[in-house]
Ligand binder design. Sequence first.
Ligand code: BGC
Length: 755
Amino acid sequence: MKTFNVFIILFFIHQFIILGQEPHSNDYAIILKTGENNVETQQQKYLYKDRNVPIEDRIDHLLGLMTLDEKIKQMNQWTYGKNANPNNIGDKMKEVSPLIGSLLYRSTHPEYRNQIQKKAMTESRLGIPIIFGFDAIHGYRTVFPIPLAQACSWNTDLVKESCKIAAKEGWLSGLDWTFSPMLDVARDARWGRVSEGYGEDVYANSQFAIAAVKGYQGEDLADKYTIAACLKHYVGYSLSEGGRDYRYSDVSMQTLWETFLPPFQAGIKAGAATVMSGFNDITGVPASANHYTLTEVLKDQWQHDGFVISDWGSIRNLVDQGVAKDRKEAGLKSFLAGIEMDMVDDVYIDHLPELVAEGKLSMSAIDDAVRRIIRVKMKLGLFENPYVDVVPEDKRYLLPEYLKVAEELASESMVLLKNDNKTLPITSKYKQLAIIGPMVKDSVHIMGFWEGMGRSQDVETIYEGLEKEFGNEVALNFAAGCDFEGEDRSGFKEALETAEKSDIVLIFLGEKRNWSGENGSRSSIALPKIQEDLVLELLKAKKPIVLILSSGRPLELIRLNRWADAIIEIWQPGTAAGSAVAGILSGRHNPSGKLSMTFPQTTGQIPMYYNMRKPARPNLGHYQDIPRDPLYWFGHGLSYSSFDYGPIKLSKSEISKTDTLIAEVEVTNAGTRDGKETVLWYIRDPIANISRPMKELQYFEKKYIRAGETIKYSFEIDPLRDLSYLDSRGNVHLESGDFYILVNDQKVKFEIINR
Ligand code: BGC
């Protein structure tokens, strides 16, 4: 038998040498079965490259061939130039080593990527492909609205579609991986990064996490045009004290489990290949050195088999945070906590070899980390298909169908906050439109932070959109009025004259792109005084005032809200801004967005979010100088139609813990326009063993309803999933007793009984 095996092996060596090609996969299987692994054959050298061999066997084989140096280089992400975030000063163009694990790829050229990849495939000993990553956060070249806005659409299908487009544009430009979605549930609008996530609610973040992961990763990561997702910033980053970025965050175990972890868990369940650790400090143990979250929860409990990358410099930041005396100790702590890849820091490259030599890190731990990285590369199919297709730019970017999705998503994200006396939409009675404000002709800030590879010249400005929308039928009277900030009021006079000669005054105000996003913290979420003063000035014209606001966060509108007849929050809508805004103003798009984050009355009212705990004295303790409620709650958003809700009907009023309960509500479009309505279903658990939020979103659904039509919405309640809560260790509790289901201002009681 043994002689026969040796014969087979010799035969394949012969084939390999004679034919000069890699043997067929079945051949490896035979070799594996023979157990003759001590014979270093050419065939074995290629076993890890064979997609027909089980991934774990391929990885075992590859790990067996790798040197320590090769392994550690896999754990490093390099970059050249800068990433899209101007706060990060990237390294100068480095000589890209063919051994690097990953490259933060700042180029749109697929040819260049393929060249670098070729180096890795052919000039390194083992030909391990590089994984190319980049921040395509809300689009790659076609820029979609910022994620906070996307969540206001409540349209997970569209969000998924936008991620799919970003993946395709990105892949065709050389990407395998995006550092998105951001799942930091955010409740402090001073923190600039609220723009990058899906708002204040846990369930909403979880649903958009699933949509984004599926959009980027598709059915199979190995397919063309799909890229790996990266859930970030794990975890609790949005609690940065006072909304100041990169600060300490006091995350209690209860908050960690009930607020911050669930969206990540949902993203992991949806198959997210990677996770990024945060810069923040989770109550004394920084997120990038936190064994509990990175290993015990993510890997042990949730069984994530992909890898964790640090945030930019977050390993070396452990020194700044005072938990490591130097970079070496920082590397040791991050590695032991469960970070497999070091983003552009070189800490791992510089220090892991000596840490292994000193016996502080075991080879098996290194192997486990490298295994995770290789596993993702194999799932991406990079060993077999290391190169991306090269197609001309006009076939790659901004295709008409992409722009259509961009416009749809942008328009569905916009929130009509106020519309007194049906000021909007702009009907034919208005012949002269005053178009005023710093946002009208802007094509930069309207893309928002992390615009990917978006270019301002691709953006359709609001002005261009209005021209297209209204054609020659109405006069567009433009005046800038003022800049985004500063003291210069010299444009006020012309703006007032423009308003006076018009029938309605549309004022386009907002934030610059870097007022939100990373390092975009603000002590006040009000617009600069100059912009508010412009509105005050224009009131003198005594014409209807419409405010169109573009921002990366909820704004303080306590004053502007009094002065305006109508207000639309358009967020930072991206490439298709012009058509989307013009369509909303003209009524071609019927607004359907609802807020994913509460607008407080003033900055001082923060934190203010819908699912707070009940106070000890409900009627006392409010700020004395402002109304007790926020200006606009989470979930608020008007339409040009009016939707009448019928009573909530329940299939039963008592259920056991294992029953299912069906809740239904009929919604009638009582307006004259077709429109979309999202029903937000909340649950209240009034008495429990720990205090519970006043209500919690447990389901939502958006449907199209024609004028005059009635449509039924239903929510199938699974008690364990929808009525339980997590304690501070992540244990699930489902208690019997009364519960309420809430929709709009209705509330219906039901009971869980012990049977
Ligand atoms: C940000 C991340 C981003 C990374 C890479 C960091 O500064 O915090 O969100 O993915 O840079 O660009």
